[in-house]
Design a protein around this ligand. Structure first.
Ligand code: NAD
Length: 369
């Protein structure tokens, strides 16, 4: 199959979907690889390494889309790329379709096959870990006085207490956040609906200033926090919030919310996604950090994890085609967003209140065809 790797065009996004090591493995399997010039530049992967691995270099993103069947990417398809899409394309990237109606409209209109990479990680997304670690670091930085914070140090010294953080959601992102915050010496409360997630975190951090509670305890601890880090996997069809605008008034003056999940008006009512160029905004005296591509800040590391996680799926799609590949691997199938103008991703259908074909029905129909 002809596999294309365009350069990411989202601002401050230096990740790339495949590094030369994975390109070589796909070339060895008999596939042809077309990589856009400088696609790996910020991930310490120069064009010469891709060529040595057996890829060809394309001068533009447009040329990659024009000459490849399977397009592998990191971020969503942006409007500047909409014109390059063709019905024969198979797109495998992080789509986050539920919250992005415009992108889903375009994918359906073109009639291509799209698979959302973020749904396919059986062992957790490698990007989630980095997002938690880096996002929490940014949150901790904002606690320092010159950055507008409460001015507590992240370590306890001279009898003064360490800064206090709440981490909501103790999955992949939350565990990354704990590594940073507890590594720095902060005092942390973890909150999750899952007893298993709470117990695992407590076992891991039993020597630190850490305790985990059910999410119903949030209100009781909100007033003490210098920093709240939101890491929940939020059900986008929910209309309520864990932290409402009204609750901001009960928080410490100059407290920070680092919303790594960053669902607009989701778990945190006042959240809107931000970019690295202007990552922080303030609502009712509470600063919000809500960057939606945090791992893009560490492209060398993030690309290495992402490319390795994607490779088995890319091989499977390239060998069998996207639909048969989804029939063979239920984790890949979870990401099937649309095909031939039909919406399949249930979350997008429900959130956007539009018709969708349930995954099982779609795959069954395909098997019968
Ligand atoms: N900003 C970024 O750059 C970035 C990068 C990676 C991931 N994310 C986002 O971070 C979020 C979390 O990802 P993850 O990989 O950690 O998911 P995960 O499934 O590993 O963990 C989510 C955790 O949230 C908990 N949870 C769910 N609903 C809850 C609720 N109502 N109250 C308390 N806890 C609740 C779950 O029990 C689970 O432990 C996702 O929305 C993901 O898209 C953002």
């Amino acid at each position: 199959m002809r596999i294309g790797v365009p350069r990411e065009i989202k601002s401050q996004e230096g990740r790339v979907a495949l590094l030369p090591a994975q390109v070589k493995r796909l070339v060895d399997l008999g596939h042809s690889l077309l990589v856009e010039r400088d696609a790996g530049m910020l991930s310490e992967a120069p064009d010469s390494d891709y060529v040595a691995a057996g890829a060809s270099i394309a001068d533009s993103g447009e040329a990659v889309y024009a000459n490849a069947e399977l397009i592998v990417k990191v971020k969503e398809i942006l409007p500047a790329e909409f014109g390059y899409l063709r019905p024969e394309h198979v797109i495998f990237t992080n789509i986050h379709g539920a919250a992005d109606r415009r992108q889903v409209d375009r994918l359906l209109e073109v009639g291509l096959t799209a698979i959302a990479a973020e749904e396919t990680h059986e062992f957790g997304s490698p990007n989630s870990v980095l997002a938690g670690e880096i996002g929490a670091l940014e949150g901790a930085r904002l606690v320092l006085a010159p950055h507008g914070g409460s001015g507590r140090h992240f370590m306890a010294h001279f009898g003064a207490p360490a800064a206090k953080a709440i981490v909501i959601g103790l999955g992949g992102v939350g565990r990354g956040a704990l590594r940073t915050l507890l590594g720095l010496g902060m005092s942390v409360i973890g909150l999750d609906v899952s007893r298993g997630a709470r117990r695992e975190a407590m076992f891991t951090w039993h020597k630190q200033d850490f305790v985990a509670f059910d999410i119903s305890e949030l209100s009781a601890h909100l007033e003490e926090a210098d920093l709240v880090v939101n890491c929940v996997l939020w059900d986008k069809t929910r209309k309520d919030h864990l932290i409402t605008r009204k609750m901001l008034k009960r928080m410490k003056p100059r407290a920070v919310i680092a919303d790594i999940s960053c669902d607009p008006a989701g778990a945190v009512e006042t959240t809107r996604a931000t970019k690295w160029e202007s990552p922080v905004y303030e609502v009712d005296g509470i600063r919000h950090f809500c960057v939606d591509n945090i791992p893009g800040a560490a492209p060398v590391t993030a690309s290495a994890g992402y490319a390795e996680a994607l490779l088995p799926f890319i091989s499977l799609i390239a060998e069998h085609g996207p639909i048969e590949a989804c029939r063979r691997d239920r984790w890949l199938a979870r990401g099937l967003t649309c095909a031939a103008g039909e919406l399949i991703l249930e979350e997008a259908g429900r959130f956007q209140n539009r018709p969708f074909t349930p995954l099982a029905e779609f795959l069954k129909r395909h098997a019968a065809a």
